[in-house]
Ligand binder design. Sequence first.
Ligand SMILES: [Zn+2]
Length: 230
Amino acid sequence: MAICKLCNKEKQLIKQSHIFPDFLYKYLDREENNSMYQFNSKNKPNKIETGVFEKYILCSTCDNELLGKLEGYAYNNFFSKILESNEQITHLSLDYKKIKLFFLSLLWRASLSNKSLFDNVKLNQEQEEFLRKLIYEDTTISDNEFTIVAYKCDLKNKGYEDIIFISPIIENKCTIYLSKININIWLGSQSLPETIDVLKLKESGEMVIISTSSPLIEKERESILKLLIS
Ligand SMILES: [Zn+2]
């Protein structure tokens, strides 16, 4: 028995809690859930450990029921809809609370993780507790707090579509890479440019996702792969 990080109750904790939901790996059709392969210049596959689970941090109720519900919602209403869309601009009508908590739960889980991969994804104690309470109590915050914007990446290098990762927190912002989707989260309450306001996940549940083929997104992913291989 130990203390579950989400409900703070003394419970039997489960052996494996995923930092990133299982469905992402299933979608990518990986043979092994916790690794990916990238071919190097000599065409030899490098196995990349993505460290996707953490041992003994959550009880089964929190992991399977609480987080599981958010994951199921995100898969059916966000992830699959964006990936199935061929439009340059996708308009989604979402359950604001559920999808917001889903994204924030990814950030929160990465922050809790002891894996070196997430060393630079550390919220301060206050932020960690703030998100824990939000997720556990199933409550919500305004769309100006922990503002979220998503982009769909039109990548030339298809290998980059395999990335599931969260960037270090830099200047109170981080990016979650879920296959072809980039999710930007601005920590706390920040005043952001108007373009962000148009694209952000709104309290009404409305979210506009544009498709981008900027060379910058390829560069960014190239550097992530280097990080994952090293
Ligand atoms: Zn729990």
